[in-house]
Design a protein around this ligand. Structure first.
Ligand SMILES: [Zn+2]
Ligand SMILES: [Zn+2]
Length: 212
């Protein structure tokens, strides 16, 4: 079983300053086997990241700001532009052979598809997100199995939620395991951890001009 955090942001996202080396250090310390870089509306530059990450297993994904809410995508090579409908975005992910999932589907703090998810052809849903407690509770209840990730914007947040995947450490194997349901989300942090992070992040964001 691989322990993979399916939702990490690095400095290649507009709202994170995390260096790849710090993310990997944190991921290794938490005992993770891999990480998914889910950058806002772009894919992290592979060669640059690989040069810093060594042999640590990384999947290069995107968190798309669709007009209906945030969508995670893995298994794609070309980024999907922001602003399209969720349906169109998911279709574009599928055209590239990738997997599309609603991130923090029931969040009320950030753009999320919420109950529209039923009419969007998602492959999966993110049902464990360490940064979105309410969404996690509701999606566990309504959807059940799904992906888990920290939605880390700081290196130390990496691994606070993750997914156990019955696969080999390569992208094709992980995607095949996801398609056949061989995975389950794991929470590594409780409600108080979530609360303290929520306030810490709010303070940091208030001090920054670029609020995302
Ligand atoms: Zn998001
Ligand atoms: Zn995110």
């Amino acid at each position: 079983m691989l322990k993979i955090d399916f939702h990490a942001h690095s400095k290649y996202s507009v709202d994170s300053k995390s260096e790849i080396t710090d993310i990997i250090k944190s991921a290794r310390a938490k005992g993770l086997d891999g990480i998914v870089l889910l950058e806002h509306n772009n894919i992290a530059p592979m060669n640059e990241v690989r040069a810093k990450a060594g042999n640590f297993f990384i999947i290069f994904g995107e968190e798309i700001s669709s007009s209906d809410g945030h969508i995670g995508a893995i298994g794609i090579k070309k980024p999907i532009p922001a602003g399209l409908s969720a349906k169109e975005s998911v279709q574009l992910v599928h055209q590239q052979g990738g997997i599309a999932f609603a991130t923090h589907p029931f969040s009320f703090r950030v753009p999320a598809v919420r109950f529209k998810y039923k009419s969007i052809p998602f492959d999966l849903m993110e049902t464990q997100n360490a940064s979105h407690w309410f969404s996690t509770k509701l999606s566990r209840l309504l959807i059940g199995n799904g992906l888990g990730g920290a939605d880390a914007h700081l290196p130390e947040e990496v691994g606070t939620s993750y997914t156990l995947v019955d696969a080999q450490p390569n992208e094709a194997s992980v995607i095949a395991a996801l398609r056949s349901g061989k995975f389950r989300p794991v929470s590594n942090s409780g409600f108080f951890n979530y609360l303290s992070r929520f306030f810490k992040r709010r303070q940091k964001r208030a001090a920054r001009p670029n609020k995302f």
